[in-house]
Design a protein around this ligand. Structure first.
Ligand code: GTP
Ligand code: SPV
Ligand code: MN
Length: 644
């Protein structure tokens, strides 16, 4: 591998000096910027204009139109290594570690905005005196101003990369194409893992429209770049979305959802607006295939907020005999009813951008098998033998025999250092097709049929392990009422329980009330609506210990769900929905029997308060934009609770 790196390093040098180039003879300049890779002449007029307009603003020195090839990838990795942005992890095959500026480690929800003419199209208007929590709005003039203040000359001295990418398998009728402009080679390499990227996408695109994505890492106004290997501008970071023109503009951050614009910005925020107008759903959901001991296969989708277990469930290793799980996607699902009334889902992504801490051979052996080649790790710790380390690997990596360097680059000693080795939002970016349990249908152009949807959150108290919606309206209310503890996936500190409707609070591309109405409208004659459940793996006992073992043991609930899909009479009425009848969850083989009473207790005072806070939240945050059916559902639950 080292020899290869040197060879490509040589090529990069030659290119930098203008001595050689793969497309020598096709050199072109746009407003003074030299096209160092790719052929501008072959681009459609629309793509060309998009590039030219942004070159005029950003003033890069060079333009690189990405072809997505292995060779290009190696050149960029080599360049990143030379700049000190990434370092090779020699214990594995083609794996890399990036350490970010410590001020750029997560999504910034407070600086993520939706741009529409009328505020109410983007966000619900909260009650007077209440601060809105369901997204942020910016006017078209405000967006123009924000861009003017940030993008002028922002790529001076840098290379502008042009990334053609497809969300969804390129040939799928459900796929959508975007072009991302960025000045970060790290983003290019990550987008190559997370999306289908390169020349094939341009060919599919033809002269059609595409989602326009502009990204720049930015520089602080005072010119002081504290971490030259990871330039960014945390103070002026802004992530803008204009659904009308299908534009995404992101400035100031190189991290995750802020910079890999195909993911949350396109597949969820712009995606949800396209989905509404075309009659489908763009959701923050994993997709899992399950085959039961009788050989019957079903697919299940699940919406849990960030850092609440989607990747882990998507890579489930069932502990109960006879079950087989296969993974279609771990974060995003695009779903639509087909002409037979079957809800079909595709995973628009091509890789996993998964949370590292907590991942180990016991909790997620599949992820561990996926990430040891062709993976970019960000903000994990490294070991002196060229490996990675994070919280959760204590029993697998003997750090007493190794030197550990924490995510900030400082020496770290287990038991002595006061800080964590890895950042809690440190991640692996790894190709989906390396996952040993990837579903044979994961790239199916028409999508996989969905039989059940799970909603869930991280709730230490009061919320049962599983309960089922009675009907579609109840199901929609269940999604709208999701609450979860804050995690480090965004800028929040602490673990306060927050409302997170449909696990989409940070990702709505339009007014949440209208979104809920759209969900209600899915109930049309002739459609086979999936069964809907609420799950909570995160209940805790008096000693703050998890009540449920979770991870592979969640297969016991998947088994229950499969049997419910088959119509087994194993559920019973309760005020909040259908609960499993006693003894209907298979606990065979569990060394320690969980406290099922605690896991399923309906504490009436707790639930009355829960329903009240949801009601208050709906009124204060969504008001008249919330379909009346949602309030009716809450009233109904309250009536039933009072009868207990
Ligand atoms: P995003 O990528 O941010 O959208 O997160 P995600 O929803 O994919 O969450 P992920 O599966 O990465 O899990 C987040 C954290 O929750 C990790 O630290 C896991 O170890 C932990 N976790 C996941 N599943 C379980 C579970 O069943 N029980 C417990 N106790 N923890 C879990
Ligand atoms: C999430 O926060 O839900 C993620 C990580 O999946 S990011 O890509 O940064 O949005
Ligand atoms: Mn996510």
């Amino acid at each position: 591998m080292r020899i290869l790196i040197c060879r490509y390093a040589g090529e990069v040098n030659k290119i930098a000096k203008g001595l050689a180039h793969p497309n020598v003879g096709l050199f072109t300049h746009i407003r003074g910027a030299c096209v160092v890779s790719g052929n501008l002449q072959t681009l459609s007029p629309k793509v060309r204009k998009f590039i030219e307009d942004n070159v005029a603003i950003c003033q890069p020195d060079e333009i690189h139109i990405c072809d997505g090839s292995e060779k290009e990838n190696k050149q960029l990795l080599c360049l990143l290594q030379k700049k000190g942005t990434i370092m090779p992890l020699t214990k594995y095959e083609n794996c890399w570690l990036a350490r970010t500026n410590p001020a750029d480690t997560a999504r910034v929800e407070s600086k993520t905005l939706i741009c529409t003419e009328h505020e109410r199209d983007a966000v619900p208007i909260p009650k007077p005196g209440i601060k809105g929590t369901l997204g942020h709005w910016i006017s078209p003039a405000g967006m123009d101003k924000a861009m003017q203040e940030r993008f002028g000359n922002c790529m001076k001295g840098s290379t502008m990369y042009v990334i053609p990418f497809s969300m969804g398998p390129i040939q799928s009728p459900l796929a959508k194409i975007g072009i991302q402009i960025t000045d970060s080679a790290y983003v290019v390499c990550s987008m190559r893992i997370m999306t289908r990227m390169g020349q094939a996408v341009l060919e599919k695109l033809g002269n059609n429209d595409f989602v326009k994505c502009l990204h720049a890492v930015g520089r602080p106004k005072n010119g002081k770049v504290e971490y030259p290997h990871w330039p960014c501008d945390p103070e002026r970071t802004i992530i803008l979305h204009k659904p009308l023109t299908q534009e995404i503009v992101s400035y100031g951050s190189g991290y995750g959802g802020n910079s890999l614009l195909g993911k949350k910005c396109f597949a969820l925020r712009i995606g949800s607006t396209i989905a509404r107008s075309e009659g489908w759903l763009a959701e923050h959901m994993l997709i899992l295939g399950i085959t039961n001991p009788q050989g019957k296969k079903r697919y299940i989708a699940g919406a849990f907020p960030s850092q609440c277990g989607k990747t882990n469930l998507a890579m489930l290793t069932p502990t109960i005999p006879g079950y087989k799980a296969e993974c279609v996607g771990d974060d995003i699902a695009w779903m639509r009813f087909d002409k037979n009334g079957v809800l079909r889902a595709i995973n628009p992504e091509n890789g996993f951008f998964g949370v590292a801490p907590g991942t180990n051979h016991t909790s997620n052996p599949i992820a561990m098998k996926t990430i040891h080649k062709n993976t970019i790790f960000t903000n994990v710790a490294s070991t002196s033998d060229g490996g990675v380390y994070w919280e959760g690997l204590e029993h697998e990596i003997d750090t007493s025999k190794l030197e550990v360097t924490d995510w900030k680059g400082n020496k770290w000693v287990r038991g002595e250092s006061k800080t964590t080795a890895a950042h809690p939002n440190s991640r692996f970016c790894t190709p989906a097709n390396q996952c040993p349990m990837i579903d044979p249908e994961w790239e199916s152009p028409e999508g996989v049929p969905i039989s059940a949807i799970l909603f869930g959150g991280r709730r230490p108290h009061g919320i049962p392990l599983i309960y089922e919606a009675r009907d579609w309206k109840h199901a929609v209310a269940m999604g709208a009422a999701i609450r979860s503890q804050a995690t480090s996936a965004a800028e929040f500190k602490g673990t306060a329980v927050m409302h997170d409707p449909f696990a989409m609070r940070p990702f709505f591309g339009y007014n949440c009330g209208h979104y809920i109405k759209h969900w209600l409208s899915m109930d049309k004659p002739g459609r086979k609506l999936p069964k809907v459940f609420h799950v909570n793996w995160f209940g805790r006992d008096k000693n703050n210990k998890f009540l449920w073992p979770g991870f592979g043991e969640n297969s016991r609930l998947i088994d229950y769900i499969m049997r419910r899909i088959d119509g087994e009479d194993i559920a019973q009425e309760s005020p909040i929905g259908l609960l499993p009848k006693e003894g209907s969850i298979n606990l065979e083989g569990l060394a320690t029997k969980p406290d099922m009473k605690a896991l399923f207790e309906i504490d009436v005072p707790f639930w009355l308060q829960e329903v009240d806070s949801i009601h208050q939240y709906f009124e204060e945050q969504i008001g008249d934009d919330l379909p009346k059916e949602m309030y009716d559902q809450l009233v109904e639950i309250k009536k039933k609770l009072r009868k207990l």
